[in-house]
Design a protein around this ligand. Structure first.
Ligand code: PRP
Length: 220
């Protein structure tokens, strides 16, 4: 329960599936999200007066930016976005949901291109993650081509040799004759916190995160 002296704690959520799951989680831990789950609403900001918490919905890739600059104290967004945006924030909790994998994918025969360190073309919505993986972890020189969606098209129409993309069920790959060639890292929804907010509002933030952690992982 917030006191009247408390300033508003601001929480940024990435619009879409993760926001729905996050709203469910807040509801389970007894934190009202001020009507955020109402279907069809075009509102961007939702206020919980009792606990003095404001929620806002943003494009997922912008959530780490709002948190780094302190416009939001807390952000909830996928690990893919955190890695790609590479902002100066604390990552404090893995919420477990939204689990999927970042992978290098392509036609099965393209596996050879990854073995011999050939210069290849890689298409991705995540050029930062793709560059880091090939340049720093594999020491392979590649051309990165940024796309905004339907990345699986790239090897099919000859734009790129392989793609770096999210694989959840694997059905997009299967239905297009593609496969996972290498796994880069596991992904899921994470809680990030502004560095200054963690000092100034540490008690409230830790309290809220503790409730979420106990709901997901139990008391240990
Ligand atoms: C994501 C991702 C893959 C697909 C993976 O795309 O980029 O294309 O989901 O899911 P699956 O393994 O369960 O098939 P998204 O649906 O976000 O749309 P996009 O193609 O516009 O990026």
């Amino acid at each position: 329960m917030g006191s009247v002296e408390d300033r508003y704690l601001t929480i940024a959520l990435g619009k879409g599936r993760l926001a729905e799951k996050t709203a469910e989680l807040f509801s389970k831990v007894g934190v009202d999200t001020g009507g955020m789950s109402e279907k069809g609403t075009r509102k961007l900001i939702f206020t919980n007066e009792e606990d003095r918490i404001r929620f806002f919905l943003a494009k997922p890739s912008d959530v780490p930016t709002f948190v780094e600059y302190g416009s939001a104290d807390i952000g909830i967004v996928g690990k893919d976005t955190i890695l790609e945006e590479n902002r100066s924030v604390y990552e404090v909790l893995d919420l477990g949901f939204g689990a999927c994998r970042m992978c290098v994918c392509g036609f099965p025969e393209s596996a050879e291109l990854l073995k011999h360190h050939e210069q290849i073309r890689v298409a991705s919505k995540y050029p930062g993650i793709a560059r880091d993986y090939f340049h720093n972890r594999k020491d392979q020189t590649v051309d990165i081509i940024k796309l905004s969606g339907s990345v699986e098209l790239a090897p099919i129409v000859g734009l790129a040799d392989v793609i770096v993309d999210i694989v959840e069920t694997g059905s997009t790959l299967r239905e297009n004759g593609l496969t996972v060639l290498e796994e880069i890292c596991p992904l899921s929804a994470r809680v990030i916190v502004n560095r200054v907010s963690m000092q100034m509002e540490g008690q409230r933030i830790r309290g809220l995160i503790g409730k979420m952690r106990r709901e997901i992982y139990g008391d240990d």
